[in-house]
Design a protein around this ligand. Structure first.
Ligand SMILES: Nc1nc2c(ncn2[C@@H]2O[C@H](COP(=O)(O)OP(=O)(O)OP(=O)(O)O)[C@@H](O)[C@H]2O)c(=O)[nH]1
Ligand SMILES: [Mg+2]
Length: 348
């Protein structure tokens, strides 16, 4: 299936139904009072997050959405039927803004979360409402109001705990395949992965976390080169980034230089990335003797003046994978419990 992470749609809420102008008439009551009922309210348009969806592709085919209008009021004090809300399912992780102004309306982050994006028009009032002691035959009614119409920009940012970033061929897809059931293609040419993939990494005791494989980042990606820039936003929701650097030095550069290319692009894309937890992961350790790999990595760490965590792994012989997963698990658990503490703190 094609991966689409941006869409513009037009949503229109339903009109309110008109109020009714009517007087009671019957054989024994030729001059009855007013009995025109109110109209029904117009239906709202709401977006609802659904974990069953993973792309915005549906919105490429359907770009207009309209909720049902309220019915007009009727004789004998009959209120018109209200229009039902139109619920539009979107993937979890969808950000909703007003297309013209960029105003943020909301982020739909949990399954089932609902966001009203267009309010239905209010009902019109029937003439029964205008009966007073001085006006017993009111001929006044009001019309139902138009529903809101709005052009929305939808943007999907995948929800992952851990994002994989790195140059093409760094071994990102190989790692996610090794530790999850995600199945992105693996090959020795750049940009094998052309869209982000999510994989659930299952750990002992039924615990799990979500990892995102993001297409490779090359020099000048932040200016639009390659594919990396377009998809970097999917890394922006991850709490932790694993930056993969190949010990195979396919780009012919020393490790520290390779790593710097990607770091520069990430920070050029968004300053937000510099505040994120980053770990360096040196891949393809099986390509050289472990002692040699450690020596090169130490040198790179020194040159980069790297104070964060780093790992040496191989998806071919399994080096370092278990310890990486254990540390990820511990880190994410800690981060989650911190979040819970913050949320449950007493209000000050
Ligand atoms: N020797 C060795 N080769 C590896 C290892 N991991 C990945 N590779 C190879 O490196 C090449 C690129 O791997 P991918 O996993 O496709 O790399 P990627 O980072 O997803 O690349 P893009 O999708 O192009 O960004 C493939 O030929 C893999 O077989 C490893 O641990 N050891
Ligand atoms: Mg890949």
């Amino acid at each position: 299936m094609r991966f689409v992470d941006e869409a513009v749609i037009r949503v229109e809420a339903g009109r309110g139904g008109n109020g009714c102008l009517s007087f009671r008439r019957s054989a024994n009551l030729p001059k009855g009072g007013p009995d025109g009922g109110d109209g029904g309210d117009g239906g709202d348009v709401c977006l609802v997050a659904s974990s069953a969806l993973h792309t915005l592709i549906d919105f490429r085919y359907q770009t207009h959405y309209r909720a049902v209008s309220g019915s007009d009021g009727g004789r004998q004090q009959k209120t018109g039927k209200s229009g039902q809300s139109l619920l539009i399912p979107v993937p979890v992780g969808t950000r909703v803004t007003v297309h013209s102004s960029g105003l943020l309306l909301g982020d739909l982050l949990t399954d089932g979360e609902r966001l009203r994006v267009a309010r239905g028009g209010r009902r019109g009032l029937g003439n029964l409402r205008f009966k007073t002691s001085v006006n017993r035959v009111p001929r006044r009614t009001t019309q139902g109001q138009a529903g809101e119409v709005i052009l929305l920009a939808l943007e999907l940012m995948l929800m992952a705990d851990v994002g994989l970033v790195g140059q093409p061929n760094a071994g990102k897809s190989s790692l996610i395949r090794k530790v999850s059931s995600a199945r992105p293609k693996i090959a020795d040419y750049p940009f094998t992965t052309r869209r982000p993939y999510l994989g659930v990494v299952r750990l002992n005791k039924g615990e799990s976390f979500v990892m995102a494989d993001i297409p490779g980042i090359i020099k000048d990606a932040a200016q639009g080169k390659g594919l990396g820039f377009q998809f970097l936003k999917h890394a922006s929701r991850a709490g932790l980034l694993l930056h993969l650097v190949s010990l195979g030095a396919e780009d012919g550069l020393p490790l520290a230089q390779s790593a710097t290319i990607v770091r520069k692009e990430m920070f050029a894309y968004s300053a937000e990335f510099s505040a994120k937890e980053h770990w360096l992961v040196f891949t393809k350790a099986d390509l050289l003797p472990l002692e040699e790999a450690k020596k090169r990595v130490k040198e790179a760490i020194r040159l980069l003046d790297w104070g964060g965590r780093y790992y040496i792994i191989s998806t071919i012989n399994g080096t370092g994978i278990e310890s990486l997963l254990n540390d990820l698990h511990l880190y994410l658990n800690q981060a989650n419990s911190l979040e819970i503490e913050v949320c449950s703190g007493e209000p000050v």
